[in-house]
Structures are given as structure tokens and as C-alpha cells.
Design a protein around this ligand. Sequence first.
Ligand SMILES: Cc1cc2nc3c(=O)[nH]c(=O)nc-3n(C[C@H](O)[C@H](O)[C@H](O)COP(=O)(O)O)c2cc1C
Length: 174
Amino acid sequence: MRINALSYYVAKFAAMKKVLVAYHSLTGNTEKVAREIAKQLDADVEVIRDYARRKHLLARLSAALEAVLKISASIKEAEHKVANYNLVILGGPVWVENMSSPLRAYIKREAEKFDQVALFCTESGQGGEKVLAQAASLSGKKPLAEMILMEKEIRTDAMDNKINEFIDVIQAAN
Ligand SMILES: Cc1cc2nc3c(=O)[nH]c(=O)nc-3n(C[C@H](O)[C@H](O)[C@H](O)COP(=O)(O)O)c2cc1C
């Protein structure tokens, strides 16, 4: 019964809104969350890709430096036109208690075209609130909903519960 009700509201919301989930993910955590949100909302997905190779240790250090210095990474062309969407859900990892440089670049580039936004981030333990505040400020929008997920919650019931709450808040705002 509860699942039927949820499906009804998701279908209703999808009919009303065109939703894009745009995310940056280095090690896959944010990606898991983004894909689940997109699945539930039947949303399109934009993967924010940068040109840097970030797998080795030095690259991780440069990632940290970019985040702290609030540098925007050089990112690839987007696949989806933000102007075609009523709602863009933005997600990324916490890097040294700051937004990741590719997510920063995407928001800066696209902010003027946002209609409504919702925000989420993943972290190992701290900095999420600061990152959400940075993303809200850079987007120039008051987010419909916000969510912080810790690494240890990903792929657990805690993740499912938080995503359900996040979606409920988005739906209630419309
Ligand atoms: C360069 C770097 C800096 C990080 N700094 C933080 C931090 O300050 N606080 C935190 O909780 N997690 C930090 N993390 C952990 C990531 O935020 C966390 O693992 C996140 O879920 C990664 O998302 P992703 O797999 O989508 O890249 C950092 C990770 C990296 C690579």
C-alpha cells in the first residue's frame, strides 16, 4: 500500500517536472546515490567529467588544493541542456570540507540557467553542510531539498530512507 502510494506520487511528480540529476563523483559514492535518485524520479542524468587524472596520490593532493582554493576544474561539455529542465538535482563529494572543483565548475557555468535546484553531497565524516551552503550560494537558488550521505550509509537502508525523505521534500515543495 505504501509502495503504491509512493509510486503514485513519483509518477505524478515526473509528469509535472522535467528533472536532471547532475553529479560529480571520483570514487563512485556520489554516483550510486545520484543513480538511485534518478531511477526513482525517472530523471535524466548528467555526469560532470573533468580532464584531470585524479587516481594517483599526487592527483588527490591537487584535488584537495583545488577545493580549498575554490578553483574550478576544467570540465567537459555537458550532454544535457539545463535550460530544458524544471529542476536540477546537483550532487558531489566533499573535498577537504569544500565542494569538489568539477562540481564548482559546473554550477558556475550553468547557474544562470537553473530554474529550481535540490542539492546533495557524500562525505566520510565532515564538511557536508558547508558544501551544501557553498553550492546553494553559487547556484543563486534556494534549494528545494538538501541531503548529506556518509560513505558508511551508502547501499544501506539509511541511504534508502534518506533518499525517500529527500524526494518527499522535493515533491512537497511542488
Ligand atoms: C581529495 C579528497 C578530500 C576529501 N575530504 C573530505 C572531507 O574533508 N570530509 C569528508 O567527510 N570526506 C572527505 N573526503 C571523502 C569523500 O568526500 C567521500 O569519500 C565521498 O563519498 C567521495 O565521493 P565520490 O566517491 O563520489 O567521489 C575526501 C576525499 C578526497 C578524494
